[in-house]
Design a protein around this ligand. Sequence first.
Ligand SMILES: [Mg+2]
Ligand SMILES: [Zn+2]
Length: 213
Amino acid sequence: MKRVFFVDFDGTITKVDVCAAMVEAFAGDGWREINDLWEKKLLSTRDCANMTFKLFRVGLKEIKSLIEKIEIDEYFQEFLALCRNQDYKVHILSDGYDFCIETFFKKYGINVSYYANRLVYNDGFEVDTPYHNPACGQCGTCKKSLMSKLRENAEEIIFIGDGYSDTCPAQNADFVFAKGVLYNFCLEKGVRVQHYDSFKDIIHRVTPESRLG
Ligand SMILES: [Mg+2]
Ligand SMILES: [Zn+2]
């Protein structure tokens, strides 16, 4: 079966949310208020990120060393191997930052396609959103519009995620593996979903023969 997996990064592939860890470690007072507005969808990701990074008192070097301490889901690489063997496409869709994903994947020797916001440092941080969708206005990386572009001729679209930026794309998938706030959201909205704790649960459920959705 032609399958495509769209996978969130923060808190899904990583054990903790890298963005949250960064903010907790490096941002000065005021980030919680900004984050609350973003969770309520009163701020776009781009505005939220640029406001939050103004509160940072460190550079890329400190961010890199924090990321290198973050752990990976122990079964993620096995999941990628399964997808390679079965010829399933995998795309990472993240409303976090390219710099974090690159640093993390380099550490683990992972090579997989990803779409994320761009984080640049030039005498202060700046966030750019190359996968922004004007019709959406909310997301930095609009996962929903990337999914419709990248699905090609797949027969089954599977989304894997955990958080607020996953609620919209999850509703556009045939099947969802979820944890955290995304799981409850899917239950409430009647989205076909299975809870997972680690990619081990996903590996066990995905069989080449039968559809999930
Ligand atoms: Mg996440
Ligand atoms: Zn969007």
